[in-house]
Write a protein that binds this ligand. Structure first.
Ligand code: SF4
Length: 148
């Protein structure tokens, strides 16, 4: 199973913000630069994280993004489910629809496998993702400008 790029960007953002209490809050642009991804893509991911209540944005001088307590305690499985949405791992209904879709055992097996993938991520929290060695590496990341 492969995560969407959008989910991957959002997970990178929450990991970087999970360690930002150690070196000050960051703007979306700074997170994008640290993760070496385009600002516009990161901005969309951060907006979704705000809607989920995982990230807060403080405006004005000294403002920036911060991970909420909900975000810190969030299950990675829950977060990935929310970010990925309801899409199946195969496009049975799309362009053109598969003729087996109404009675396909493979489709059911893939749904079960997809749920098992998420379930394996359920016990892990965002806070746990940034334990060493990941946290120290995140704190050392300094990216170049990304404007696209
Ligand atoms: S064979 Fe089954 S799983 Fe594959 S596209 Fe068709 S309905 Fe979906």
């Amino acid at each position: 199973m492969r995560l969407t790029k959008f989910t991957d960007l959002a997970l990178r953002a929450v990991m970087r913000l999970a360690v930002s209490t150690q070196d000050g809050s960051m703007t979306t642009r700074e997170v994008a630069e640290a993760m070496e991804v385009p600002y516009a893509h990161m901005a969309k991911a951060v907006t979704r994280l705000q809607h989920l209540g995982v990230v807060d944005a403080r405006r004005g001088r000294g403002g920036g993004l911060e991970l909420t307590e909900l975000g810190r305690q969030a299950s990675v499985g829950w977060l990935v489910r929310e970010l990925e949405g309801d899409d199946e791992v195969v496009a049975c209904e799309g362009g053109p629809p598969c003729p087996l879709r109404a009675a396909c055992r493979l489709r059911g097996a893939l749904r079960t496998a997809q749920e098992a993938f998420y379930t394996a991520l359920d016990p892990l929290t965002v806070g746990e993702l940034v334990a060493s060695p990941t946290g120290p590496v995140l704190l050392g990341l300094v990216g170049g400008p990304r404007t696209a």
